[in-house]
Design a protein around this ligand. Structure first.
Ligand SMILES: Cc1ncc(COP(=O)(O)O)c(C=O)c1O
Length: 480
């Protein structure tokens, strides 16, 4: 919620909240019959005591705008507009529940709400870069020198041609992938790339394989599309290729989604041998692989790891990447490289969905990727990520080394941490939030209990030690 009460104003805070909620009710933003946010939730959102929200709701109650319904909460009165011709107001609550697009995991919803509404929470939960890792100065320079010479109409369905040319050169230089601009489509981050592939190339009832744990596991979009998901478990060297074969024989999976380099959340990287084997399997059984690769150029060693796609000579792999983890997630620039008929099909869908990608982020991204400063930025990013990784590792070891185990990631932005003992994951999550620190509970990303993901890239460097100390404090209390 963007609005916040003004704490210096003479009007009491509960009254400001009551007025604000009244305005929203009168605007139809909370139609009659709908439920207001719970007192606890609204208090957290607005950064006030629950008692203040209770007083605000009491005010609305007294004016007859809302009523209390047992087991439901505070509900907007049906008789809001007085007597008159019988009205049948749309039942939005029912619509909201019955759409085919599934809602997010409630813990993920909660993470986003907390991050957006509180400034004092130390953030190990969201997969993006902290301001000190983003190329802010470079972007400012680009922005200042930018002239708008290009046409401001709808873009090409596959995305701006200059950006696609630059991405093609970037892929050759940084990722050893040979492709032409025609085989690239620009998307709204890797997220939309996944969504387009799911919507255009698969149909309800199809079986697909995803990693467990994985970012894909956390996404309801596979189930929204009616797909049956089968799970593959990545070890220290990534997915075992034989697991793909046996899964295929059992279920005829139509597509396999992998994140082979600095995997989210485990941080593991698939070995070269397994990469080669997976390409072989893909072309032997005709199973397309979707390689989701936001992280391969963030490695801490000299030589970047070559994606699976760099070994693909048969067009068996759909390659996805984005600028989110190497420059700025807010640009919403991602891309897919794939065979021409696939790119044409996805571009047609993108045109139907949003009439092509916005010009501005594409122009800026093109200049960023083509700039001399980009090389320097990537070196600084790797060094900065490594420094944050080291600080998290050091803090975890010294605060709770005997309670946990983890593999030190060699690139990427996530550290996957297992608990040695048992603990109530929800209680740990709640307790940590109370302590002002937030992380991603493991079950939002995988089926096994007893894990959590610490994303070190988003945390401000000076907060890392304190964040882990607060987490350690919560853990010790919950494990007692
Ligand atoms: C493996 C993976 N794929 C895709 C995404 C989506 O990223 P974006 O849409 O910002 O490019 C993420 C984000 O965390 C990710 O970790």
């Amino acid at each position: 919620m963007e609005w916040k009460p003004n704490k210096v104003e003479s009007v009491p805070i509960y009254k400001q909240i009551a007025d604000y909620m009244e305005t929203r009710i009168m605007n139809g933003e909370y139609p009659s019959g709908s439920c207001l946010p719970s007192e606890r939730f609204l208090a957290a959102e607005l950064g006030v005591n629950r008692g203040t929200v209770i007083a605000a709701y009491d005010e609305l109650l007294a004016s007859g705008l809302v009523k209390k319904v047992k087991g439901i909460g505070t509900v907007v009165s049906q008789a809001l507009w007085g007597e008159g011709p019988q009205k049948r107001i749309p039942n939005w609550g029912q619509y909201v529940k019955s759409g085919f697009f599934q809602i997010n995991n409630p813990i993920n919803q909660q993470i986003y709400q907390i991050i957006q509404s509180r400034d004092h929470v130390i953030n190990f939960a969201i997969g993006e870069l902290a301001p000190d890792l983003q190329p802010v100065k470079l972007m400012q320079d680009i922005h200042r020198s930018m002239e708008i010479n290009d046409y401001l109409g709808y873009e090409h369905m596959q995305g701006n041609i200059k950006l696609r040319e630059t991405i093609s050169a970037h892929l050759r230089k940084y990722r050893r992938i040979e492709t032409t601009p025609s085989s690239i489509i620009i998307t709204s981050g890797a997220q939309q790339a996944l969504h387009l592939i799911i919507q255009c190339l698969l149909k309800p009832g199809d079986a697909i394989a995803i990693e467990d744990p994985s970012y894909a596991y956390s996404l309801p979009i596979f189930h929204s599309a009616g797909l049956k998901t089968f799970l593959l478990s990545p070890g220290r060297e990534g997915i075992d290729p034989d697991e793909i074969i046996s899964l295929y024989k059992r279920t005829r999976v139509k597509m396999v989604f992998l994140n082979p380099t600095y995997q989210n959340p485990t941080g593991t990287t698939m070995s070269e041998e397994r990469r080669k084997k997976i390409i072989e399997i893909s072309t032997q059984y005709g199973i397309p692989i979707v390689e989701d690769d936001p992280y391969s150029i963030t490695g801490f060693q000299e030589q970047a790891i070559a994606p699976l796609k760099s070994l693909d000579r048969d067009g068996a792999i759909l390659y996805i990447s984005s600028l989110s983890k190497i420059a700025a997630s807010g640009l919403r620039i991602g891309w897919i490289v794939g065979p021409q008929p696939v790119i044409d099909r996805l571009a047609d869908a993108k045109q139907q969905i949003d009439f092509g990608h916005p010009n501005y982020p594409q122009w800026i991204s093109e200049r960023l990727l083509a700039s001399e400063g980009f090389d320097v930025h990537i070196s600084q990013l790797r060094a900065g990520l490594r420094d944050k990784r080291d600080r998290v590792v050091e803090a975890l070891r010294s605060e709770i080394g005997s309670y946990i185990e983890f593999i030190e990631p060699q690139g990427g932005i996530h550290l996957w941490c297992g608990l040695k003992g048992e603990c109530d994951e929800h209680a740990l999550f709640r307790e940590s939030i109370q302590n002002g620190v937030i992380f991603a509970p493991g079950t939002t990303l995988g089926s096994k209990k007893g894990f959590m993901r610490f994303t070190y890239s988003r945390t401000e460097t000076q907060d890392i030690r304190e964040g882990i100390r607060r987490f350690a404090d919560a853990l010790k209390r919950v494990m007692k």
